[in-house]
Design a protein around this ligand. Structure first.
Ligand SMILES: Cc1cc2nc3c(=O)[nH]c(=O)nc-3n(C[C@H](O)[C@H](O)[C@H](O)COP(=O)(O)O)c2cc1C
Length: 193
């Protein structure tokens, strides 16, 4: 079981990507296997020209296909999600999220567009066949603060909502089997005498 952390911001540094990585760290602490994909790292011309056969884009789409669940993070841009995220989602097959769980995250400048994930991104995820889209998590810039060397500080309400989202996702996904070790191998043996 793999969870793909998909970052949809064209910027670096990026608040939404930091929130995404925070979420990924919590999932990893629970034993989940995570992988990362930043849309901003994809070949730009191929992305803009929807070059479906480009090796870099084929590999990125394969990461989505291999994932059992995705956490998708985006900034709010002009009352919706980012254009680069849409450009990438447009490359997926029509059922590219079939059977997958999705946890959507967004950051925005104010509370004005806190429903953007629900009215803009959620219908796209459903159209791509997502099995279940978990409740969206939206944070304003003021609620996601990064300092050097303090690192990430989250508003208490956002930290709680992230923890709830992580629990919902984790509960819905079986954990990968623990790595084989001599102790685990011995635990599986039975004495016959
Ligand atoms: C081009 C652009 C458009 C934006 N449009 C909105 C908007 O419509 N509503 C809003 O609340 N914030 C808007 N913002 C603010 C960003 O959503 C916010 O700063 C976000 O945290 C940036 O995330 P990032 O650092 O991951 O890119 C906009 C920012 C930019 C650069």
């Amino acid at each position: 079981m793999t969870i793909l952390l998909l970052a949809g911001s064209p910027s670096a540094p990026s608040r939404s990507t930091r929130l995404l990585h925070h979420t990924g760290e919590k999932l990893a602490l629970l034993g989940h296997r995570t992988r990362q994909l930043q849309v901003r790292d994809l070949p730009a011309t191929a992305l803009l020209q929807a070059d479906f056969g480009h090796a870099g884009l084929v590999a990125a789409c394969a990461l989505v296909a291999d994932a059992d669940a995705l956490v998708i993070a985006t900034p709010v841009y002009k009352a919706a999600y980012s254009g680069v995220l849409k450009a990438f989602l447009d490359l997926l097959p029509q059922d590219g999220l079939k059977g997958k769980l999705v946890l959507p995250l967004a950051t925005g400048g104010s509370q004005s567009h806190m429903l953007a994930l629900d009215y803009a991104l959620r219908p796209v995820l459903s159209a791509l066949g997502a099995r279940h889209v978990l409740p969206s998590i939206y944070a304003t810039d003021a609620q996601v603060v990064w300092t050097q060397p303090g690192g990430l500080t989250l508003d208490a309400d956002i930290a709680r909502r992230i923890a709830e989202g992580v629990d919902l996702l984790s509960d819905a996904l079986p954990l990968p089997p623990p790595p084989a070790s001599p102790a685990n191998a011995l635990a599986g043996l039975r004495c016959s005498a």
